[in-house]
Design a protein around this ligand. Sequence first.
Ligand SMILES: *[C@@H]1O[C@H](CO)[C@@H](O)[C@H](O)[C@H]1NC(C)=O
Length: 704
Amino acid sequence: ALLTMKATVIATFFGVFLICAYAAKEATKKTKKAKLYVPQIDCDVKAGKIINPEFIAKCPPGCQDVKYRVYGTDIYASFSSVCNAAIHSGIIDNAGGKILVQKVAGHSGYRGSFSNGVRSLSLPRWRESFLVSEGKPRKGVTYPSTLEYSSSKSTAVKTGNGCVNVPTGDAVRKEYQTSPVPTPATQMATTTPTPTTTTTDPSTTTPKPTTTHATTKTTTVAAAAKTRPGLHRVRDIAFRGSSTPASNRNILRPSTGIQRQEPVAAFRRAAGSPAHLAMETDSWRSGLSIFDTGFSSKEDLNPKPLESISQGNPNCKVDLSFLMDGSWSIGKRRFQLQKQFLSNVAQALGIGSAGPLMGIVQYGDDPSTEFNLKTYANSKDLRNAIEKIPQKGGLSNVGKALSFVNKNFFSDANGNRGGAPNVVVVMVDGWPTDRVEEASRLARESGINIFFVTIEAAAESEKQNVIEPNFVDKAVCRTNGFYSINVPSWFSLHKVVQPLVKRVCDTDRLVCSKTCLNSADIGFVIDGSSSVGTGNFRTVLQFVANISKEFEISDTDTRIGAVQYTYEQRLEFSFDKYSTKQDVLSAIKRISYWSGGTSTGAAISYASEQLFSKSKPNKRKIMILITDGRSYDDVRVPAMAAHRNGVIAYSVGVAWAAQDELEAIATDPDKDHSFFVDEFDNLYRFVNQLIQNICTEFNSQPRN
Ligand SMILES: *[C@@H]1O[C@H](CO)[C@@H](O)[C@H](O)[C@H]1NC(C)=O
């Protein structure tokens, strides 16, 4: 492989040299007959890069190479190399020459074929196409003498005769970085060092129907790569090793410049399993996996139903979803290491119906569920199934995957148990290709504990490709380090099996799981008017304490605040004053009875300002107002303002409290938010009812 590698490198440089020499010669030739200057294009130039709708251009020799991908037959997707498409269509051969290119509309399907020594690939759809014909001007058409390129990247290399900075190796690398397609791998992973095999593409040697499937699959990556050039890590590329600081990945590939060979192997394996490919192609088209339809392969894989259910580790009752990175950037070997890791985690967890349950979602361009929480109820079956997961390929769209999990994964139909915390562990090779912050926030807010395991993070030189710096901290439950693990190398991933299992099973710390009891700022607004009386006021405080007791209280969980009012208002304590249940309960006990009039409207405004305006955005603002009489002022306007500001208001009326006011204060529907008791001694009856209503309302909120 090393020899081939070297040969290819040399060939590439030599090719570049040839192109330059050729270009220089052409340029001199052209100055002599300046009449029709035909612009020169390089082999890697894709039609889509050129803005001109119709042009004549000259291709250099040496464009017949699998790395200059071509999509389609006769009509080519503009994502194709112009010159290699011209060779495929038979207009020129590998010696190069003049061609006429005409852009035409995009198509919904491009058929790959083997023609004139070039294998073109299939592509489901592309937004623009082009036709190639003989390089003769059509009558009445004026052709451009310089071509307009759509991005500065290409034009920079093409200034002058295009040779100024090409042989530095830098430009070559740049070119590779913009196309994260496993193309060079396909070419270079050939193991025989004979020159004749350098261009052996698996598809050229076996022009059978199955290869069409394989090419479809590969091209989807190319299409996706196109939409986000340069964002995805492309580290499995020749020359790369020499520029990155000596890292652990060189340990396995001791010769600098040797690149991993997995992609081609994956390609081959895929070609050999048409069933898998049909699924893969299918899921690409519809954005859905067959697993989403409730398909479960458990029966097929495990014909022993007696063994299929285990109790599992009862000390770790969590509902887990592992987001597995299936992007092409990983390659086959690391994908295998990831499966090994997940398998070890499944083993260490002790999967079972009374313990942890684990499902897996694989993400690339799009996520799909490999198995849900119900699919496997013991570690053994789960491990067997993990072993069989095929790599999806594509980009690393983690944000998309998190949204998917939030919307689809933790549903009752998928085996979510409700009583167990929801945990998502996101595996990321390098960095995500989309943004994760918003998707994770929504997921956390619907009660999901997010952990990140990042492997081989961006090196200093790769940092500019990371679209969302600090994505881990933006995504995980808390930034205290508990929820994230960074592993320097895929080959040391196995070391974090135990630490990770320990953390996800530490249910006491799975505090990011939002429940009705741990995610509110509850503000009590207490009527301290003279009509209440000292004794009843103590009962009211007991009621407040009894409700508070039921919540999980801390500065990051539910917080309690209190206001007492008569004609005036007094802040007894704000949300941030106490951070333990004990402190809150004693503070409630210490509230002293004020005695005075009853301005409930003013009290609501005051509470909005002094309590709820300081509520955290991710907390539910709950007001519980307790009064024993009609207000001296208007309650409607202040109550409506509070509702508008997101305050969920409950009203508790005693004795002479006015029903119409209680309903005006309460959030709709009134029957769930307003309560009335004839005497203070019966207040206790509403403690449970009130908490139940708070929780029912919380649970009926749609998951994002
Ligand atoms: C509060 O709880 C205590 C203990 O359960 C109970 O005895 C009391 O009646 C309750 N009071 C109110 C007002 O809820």
